[in-house]
Design a protein around this ligand. Structure first.
Ligand code: HEM
Length: 378
């Protein structure tokens, strides 16, 4: 039985006031438990369209934890894409991830987010990884990404090892998708059968990054319509927001809620009071913009369903988290309740929605290229 690394904050430091740092690199204390903590997905699917299925290439690193959830209908992508050309691709990704996450446990969250920010801008084509160049305005400089996205160096490390093992074979876009899945699993979340075969873009779009990535103070209507723009529905919106079960957010992303939510110099009244007071100590009215607070204050490094439980208790960190429950549009409130009650259901839907997100605008066949270096076109 292979074991997995599960990293958690020291329990004494739980809570919004407990963890903060002055800059985007974490200074928090984390403890590191090596454990076998992968919970099994409920064997009986409560959602339609999910089957068993086997991974197309070696994926034995958790030694039989979850049954992977299959990805079907993936527009030219398929799980066995590297079965012949680079059968060890996923093992290489996971071994670099393990190292990176043990150096910096927050890295799992950062890599999950990186895939999301890639997919919402001209599809999952690794456009987010391109540095500025003569014909490239890097997405790294877009509002939602600047001083915020992390993990580029880990992607470089993975790419370097893959280029060594299988030159010019594994795309940067697939690396992002594998890193997002591996990060989820290494944090205790579900696995899924991952369609592969994406090519990398030769362009990036700073303006689409600014337009398509939802801002943290979004209303529920804005969230629904930005997800719809990508072909994702309310179920995807709520389950994928559950990615906020791990990771951190800067004070600047939730300050408005604490001091002036509705342009009336009042806080957001949907916030639970002690949570609100704790957040104020991390995020003062003036200054402290880069102080970090966990998105899931109870278990910030563990992929579980407490994110949804916290929302029920008025302890969602971002407006965009809390409005899933309080927004009173469509079925999102019902979905938050169901995922809070049933972790297995959340895991199952998260996996399914990750496959759906991962299929957005994938370049296949002769479209795009396999970059040699993820930061620049060939
Ligand atoms: C629903 C709309 C969403 C909004 C408005 C949103 C917004 C944000 C914001 C503002 C942050 C903190 C950024 C910072 O402090 O600089 C963040 C962090 C994060 N987001 Fe989202 N997000 C959304 C959806 C998602 C999705 C779909 C995923 C993945 C499936 C995701 C995964 C994450 C993760 C893991 C972090 C923590 C990253 C870290 O610690 O480095 N988010 N998000």
């Amino acid at each position: 039985m292979g074991d997995c690394c599960l990293h958690r904050y020291a329990s004494s430091r739980y809570g919004p006031g407990a963890v903060s740092s002055r800059n985007n690199s974490t200074t928090q204390k984390w403890t590191h438990f090596t454990c076998i903590h992968l919970r099994r997905l409920k064997t009986k699917s409560k959602l339609s369209g999910l089957g068993g299925g086997t991974e197309g290439f070696g994926f034995s690193w958790w030694g039989g934890g979850h049954a992977p959830i299959s990805g079907s209908g993936s527009g030219g992508l398929f799980p066995g894409y590297y079965q012949v050309s680079c059968p060890q691709a996923n093992d290489i990704v996971v071994s670099v991830l393990k190292r990176a996450i043990s150096r910096d446990p927050r890295m799992a969250a950062s890599l999950l987010r990186l895939h999301f920010h890639d997919c919402f801008v001209q599809g999952c084509d690794a456009s987010v990884l391109l540095d500025s160049a003569a014909k490239i305005a890097s997405e790294k400089n877009a509002g939602p990404n600047r001083n915020s996205l992390r993990g580029f160096d880990v992607i470089d490390e993975i790419k370097a090892e893959l280029e060594n093992a299988c030159p010019q074979t594994v795309s940067c876009a697939d690396i992002l998708a594998m890193a997002a899945r591996g990060s989820t699993v290494l944090s205790g979340g579900p696995s899924w059968e991952l369609p592969l075969g994406r090519k990398d873009a030769r362009t990036a779009s700073l303006s689409l990054s600014n337009q398509n990535i939802p801002p943290p103070n979004s209303t529920i209507q804005t969230l629904i319509s930005l997800f719809r723009r990508q072909g994702l529905n309310e179920i995807d919106l709520v389950s994928l927001s559950g990615g906020h079960t791990i990771g951190m957010a800067r004070c600047t992303t939730f300050k408005q809620r604490l001091y002036n939510q509705n342009r009336n110099n009042q806080p957001d009244l949907t916030m639970e009071r002690t949570y609100y007071l704790g957040l104020k100590s991390v995020c003062p009215q003036s200054g402290g913009d880069n102080n970090n607070s966990p998105l899931d204050a109870s278990s910030p490094a563990r992929f579980d369903n407490t994110y949804f439980k916290l929302i029920l208790w008025g302890k969602g960190l971002l407006t965009s988290d809390q409005v899933l429950f309080s927004g009173n549009v469509g079925n999102t409130m019902q979905l938050v309740k169901r995922y809070a009650e049933d972790e297995g259901l959340f895991f199952e839907q998260f996996a399914k929605s990750m496959v759906r997100m991962g299929n957005i605008g994938a370049l296949t066949g002769f479209k795009g290229e396999v970059r040699k270096n993820c930061r620049r076109v060939n």
